[in-house]
Design a protein. Structure first.
Lengths: 944, 77
């Protein structure tokens, strides 16, 4: 509800529209300004105000902003609307689409729950899909004002379409409650040209990034600049735009007026993008000034790191722009210690502060003489360096953000401005009111007899419900309606849902009435209380688009508009989209999939408070509901008519990559990236990093696929939840040493351990049973694959058997990969069936019988993510001989007898000694059950 | 990869999956040639998990969006 916090004047919820860093402006001053101001506002407001960012999903630039936020250690909440594409104002064919999109954008701001909306840059969108709200948001609305320079000469806007667009944007600026001007000159200009009351426009200034500073003593960039751009002389620098108002062409005749010796000693360097037409114009001007081509160097766009080198290395920075809202380049140059001179115009005098640094760009002699003086008079150059650095210290982004927040707080404190919502037109109807209804916002009159049809109508045409008489029995609720209202737990347990919950899920508001008279007497007052409800607001936008625009939109455009509109409505419950792409298709009963089954089934049956669990699967390029798998896990029927719809993300969704999706993640990652940009927190569960830590144990294809999965996870995840501290340590090491980006956070949860169920042990053949009983038997459990240590074990047992040690080796496990020769060796071994046994693919009962007949478990694996077999052995009270792995020690403590060598002899020696001593293990570890494990993981997700 | 090629390959993979001995022989053969194995598996991944569609498909809207669209259509007509 907007304004709720503003009343107190203490805490405000501020929503910043980030389009200033999303259009082509992100490569210019506006982008830098928006980026830097937002970071500082987030820092300053932390603990004071609730600041959230909103992005336009049709535009780029989100990733760069997210990188900046992560570099600054900031993780604010963010959201997105759209994508609504092809809305740029430069094409008449986009007009209707743009109007629909702007209504949706206005609605997104309207229902955001913010007290204040800050529009970072309103003059965007002529040639891009940037949007402004169709109507002013009801909240206090603030906009940054960079300049009104086009108003000084509207002819420069060219075509009338651009002029109309610009004037429309100026009107939006004028309608804002508060404008934040980037300089005093801009403020005064706006007061004069727009007639804005001075109290509604505050100067917040601009800042310079701390990266812009003089070079360290002893640093010399000359070689780099010569190699990269062929700059082989001391140089005069210009950096900035190249449109006509920047006056770049005045530099050439001014440079030509310098004495020849000086011209031969210096070069003129122009950094920044130059389009072909402008370059041709510049070349003509250079030729006209009789300069040689080598006198002027054009570098094109340069990254910040190089721009810093240019600023630090130039002998003079010159900025002849005729009009600026502020003038960041000269400030950056000053901060880097470059002698800086600027045109005596607009805001530039505020920036440099020093009258000696000004020239008249309309007079080439003025510019040339000032340049000459700086290059010829070291004392003057030094004075400019000193005054420039001193002046630049006053311009910090922290000060800008602080002034902005103070101005906004002041505006809130002095006037609580909430534009009243339009009063919706409610109309009483008797259900069922079908899709052909003409009633925009119905009030349904409900009784027990019509509860079922009412629900269907309510879903299609949201409205208020007035209930009269007793409720129908809960058994009458269809599973489909129970699922919609309360999720899978209601399908599993019918008593979780009741009619109130089911109706309330769909209704905008409900009340019970006793008589017709009571109902009608209070209806107007009651219904007017819902004017602010997000669904009421949505219905009104739907109505405006349907009646005013729909006939001029294509079916596809209308569908996209409907999708964008419906998705911005706030959802009361957080929805966890749990990825089960692989297990829902094919449950291979691996250890990883055991974790998925156990955790998901518990979350579905008993979700965390205020969370709705939705299993999803990536199919044919989209995520869709995995209803069939959810029903399978809960052992219920899929509710009739429940379709596996495509997932459309909303503002309260969380993605949980519970299943191990090595094969599908490279395909689904681009989609998940769009979800991440839209603010969906992304969580992954990680079981191990073995293909990286033990590469020789895996096939090259597996290693490559794993690496692709790992890189996708690293670039997408907000948090990676590891099944053991050892796995977390491995991930941490990889992130710190190999991954170039911002690593996700790590957390640790422990998979649950299933208590041993009393089962009837299976039967072994008499020969096997008697052989296992005849001598000590060491048991290995797990797939036969290189890292499990079967080869070393078999070698060790051959040594033991050769030295007359009488013991058995029993191997339980399926054939894995890269073990062809080992399998052949086992199958043809002379001890096979005597003292060597291989049980491939035995069931739980047979495994239990083998455990029963064995003396101890042998766990010689070279690497594990968790190590379930040693827990199962410990649960059975069997001694364990295990390799001294960190994860085994983490999971089983002192229980096993550890060995560490990798040679057959070292293992044989350890086994022989163990057989002699037979130490009694003491179990003092209590493993969590699956309930605890699921709850812990849920808690970690909620708390992050 | 075209939809037709993907469908054909799906049928082929389904056929192989129903013959475990044949599948094992093929996997064993491919294992010995890492270059072939890598390419075959990548192809299978692409068949089973085609690239993500990033934009809204008007024909595959989520449930809430569909109802919103139906209301707007109804009110527009």
């Amino acid at each position: 509800m907007p304004g709720a916090h503003a009343v107190t004047g203490v805490v405000m919820k501020l929503l910043i529209d980030m389009q200033g860093v999303q259009t082509a402006s992100r490569h210019r001053g506006i982008g830098r300004y928006t980026h830097a101001t937002t970071l500082e506002v987030l820092r300053i407001a932390e603990g004071r105000h609730d600041v959230e960012l909103i992005f336009n999903a049709a535009l780029d630039g989100v990733d760069e902003m997210l990188d900046g936020l992560l570099s600054a250690g900031l993780r604010p909440r963010r959201r997105a609307y759209g994508p609504l594409r092809d809305t740029s104002a430069d094409k008449a064919g986009n007009n209707v689409r743009r109007e629909a999109a702007e209504r949706i954008f206005a609605h997104a701001l309207d229902v955001s729950g913010a007290d204040v909306i800050w529009l970072s840059s309103l003059i965007e969108g002529f040639a891009s899909d940037a949007l402004v709200p169709h109507t002013m948001p009801r909240q206090l609305t603030v906009a940054t004002l960079y300049d009104l320079i086009p108003l000084h000469d509207l002819g420069q806007l060219g075509q009338s379409r651009a002029r109309d667009w610009y004037m429309g944007r100026v009107e939006v600026l004028r309608s804002c409650d508060l404008l934040l001007a980037i300089s005093d000159w801009v403020r005064l200009d706006a007061i004069e040209r727009l007639g804005i009351e001075p109290a509604r426009i505050i100067t917040i200034g601009a800042g310079v990034d701390t990266m812009f500073r003089p070079s360290e003593p002893g640093t010399d960039h000359r070689e780099h600049l010569a190699r990269q751009w062929g700059i082989d002389r001391p140089f005069i620098l210009y950096n900035g735009g190249t449109d006509s108002r920047k006056n770049v062409e005045t530099l050439f005749p001014a440079f030509a007026r310098l004495p020849q010796a000086m011209r031969e000693r210096y070069q003129l360097v122009i950094t920044g993008s130059v389009d072909e037409a402008t370059r041709a114009r510049f070349d003509a001007a250079i030729h006209g000034a009789r300069l040689l081509p080598q006198d002027v160097r054009f570098t094109g766009f340069v990254a910040d790191a190089d721009l810093l080198r240019f600023y630090q290395s130039c002998e003079l920075f010159v900025f002849p722009s005729a009009s600026e809202g502020f003038g960041l380049p000269p400030l950056e140059a000053m901060a880097c210690g470059a002698p800086t001179i600027v045109n005596d115009a607009t805001s530039l005098t505020e920036v440099v502060g020093d009258p000696a640094a000004l020239f008249n760009a309309d007079d080439p002699d003025s510019l040339a003489s000032t340049m000459h003086r700086v290059l010829d008079d070291p004392a003057f150059a030094a004075a400019l360096r000193k005054s420039g650095r001193s002046r630049a210290e006053h311009f910090t982004w922290a000060k800008v953000a602080s002034r902005a927040l103070t101005a906004i707080e002041g505006a809130i404190a002095t006037r609580i401005k909430v534009r009243p919502p339009t009063n919706p037109a409610w109309q009483a109807v008797t259900p069922p009111a079908g899709p052909d209804t003409n009633v925009q916002l119905p009030i349904y009159l409900a009784q027990a007899a019509n509860a079922g049809p009412l629900l269907a109508s309510l879903r299609d045409w949201p409205g208020l419900v007035e209930w009269e008489g007793p409720l129908p029995p809960a058994e009458a609720i269809r599973p489909l309606d129970a699922y919609r209202a309360c999720g899978w737990q209601a399908v599993l347990s019918a008593d979780t849902a009741d009619w109130i919950a089911v109706l309330a899920d769909q209704a905008i508001g409900m009340r019970t009435v006793t008589t017709q008279v009571d109902r009608e007497a209070s209806r107007a007052t009651w219904s007017s209380g819902f004017a602010d409800h997000p669904m009421v607001r949505q219905r009104m936008v739907e109505e405006s688009i349907a009646t005013q625009l729909a006939s001029r939109l294509t079916e596809d455009d209308l569908a996209r508009a409907a999708d964008a509109l419906d998705r911005v409505r706030p959802r009361p419950l957080q929805r966890w989209l749990v990825d089960v792409t692989h297990i829902s298709h094919n449950d291979l009963k691996t250890g990883v999939q055991r974790v998925v089954r156990n955790i998901l089934s518990r979350w579905l049956a008993s979700p965390p408070a205020s969370v709705r669990i939705e299993p999803i699967a990536f199919r044919d390029g989209r995520y869709e509901h995995a209803h069939a798998y959810a029903a399978y896990l809960l052992d219920v029927e899929v509710p009739a008519a429940l379709a596996a719809d495509t997932i459309a993300i909303t503002d309260n969704d969380v993605f949980v990559g519970l299943d191990w999706a090595m094969e599908s993640l490279p395909s689904s990652a681009p989609l998940l990236r769009t979800w991440r940009r839209a603010g969906v927190p992304i969580h992954f569960i990680a079981h191990d990093l073995l293909p990286v830590t033990l590469p020789s144990a895996f096939h090259p294809q597996t290693r490559e696929a794993f690496l692709r999965w790992l890189q996708a996870v690293a670039s997408l995840a907000d948090v990676v939840h590891c099944v053991s501290q050892s796995t977390a340590d491995d991930f941490s090491h990889w992130f710190n040493t190999t991954y170039p980006g911002h690593p996700p956070r790590l957390s640790v949860f422990s998979p649950g351990v299933t208590p041993l169920a009393p089962i009837i042990p299976g039967t072994l053949s008499p020969k096997t049973k008697s052989a296992l009983a005849a001598r000590p038997t060491l048991l290995m459990v797990g797939t036969i694959e290189p890292r499990k240590g079967h080869e070393q074990t078999l070698d060790a047992f051959e040594l033991l058997w050769a030295s007359n040690a009488n013991l058995n080796l029993a191997i339980v496990g399926k054939r894995g990969w890269l073990v062809g020769p080992l399998i052949e060796r086992i199958e043809q071994h002379t001890e096979r069936g005597n003292r060597l046994f291989w049980f491939e693919g035995c069931d739980d009962a047979t495994l239990d019988a083998i455990y029963e007949a064995s003396t101890a478990l042998l766990a010689p694996s070279l690497g594990e993510g968790f190590g379930l077999p040693i827990i199962e052995a410990a649960q059975r009270g069997k001694p364990i001989i295990a390799r001294s792995l960190k994860v085994f020690q983490e999971v089983a403590g002192d229980y096993p007898s550890y060995f560490s060598g990798t040679s057959p002899a070292s293992l044989a020696t350890h086994v022989a000694r163990w057989l002699t001593e037979r130490p009694s293990p003491r179990l003092d570890i209590a493993w969590p059950d699956w309930d605890h494990s699921a709850a812990t993981l849920a808690q970690h997700i909620l708390s992050s | 990869m075209t939809k037709v090629a993907r469908t054909l390959l799906r049928y082929l993979l389904g056929g192989v999956a129903r013959r475990p001995r044949l599948k094992r022989a093929m996997v064993d053969l491919a294992y010995r040639i890492p270059w072939l194995d890598t390419r075959l598996r990548d192809m299978i991944y692409r068949v089973e998990h085609p690239e993500a569609a990033l934009d809204v498909d008007p024909a595959q809207l989520a449930d809430g969006s569909k109802r919103c669209l139906a209301r707007m259509r109804s009110r527009a007509s």
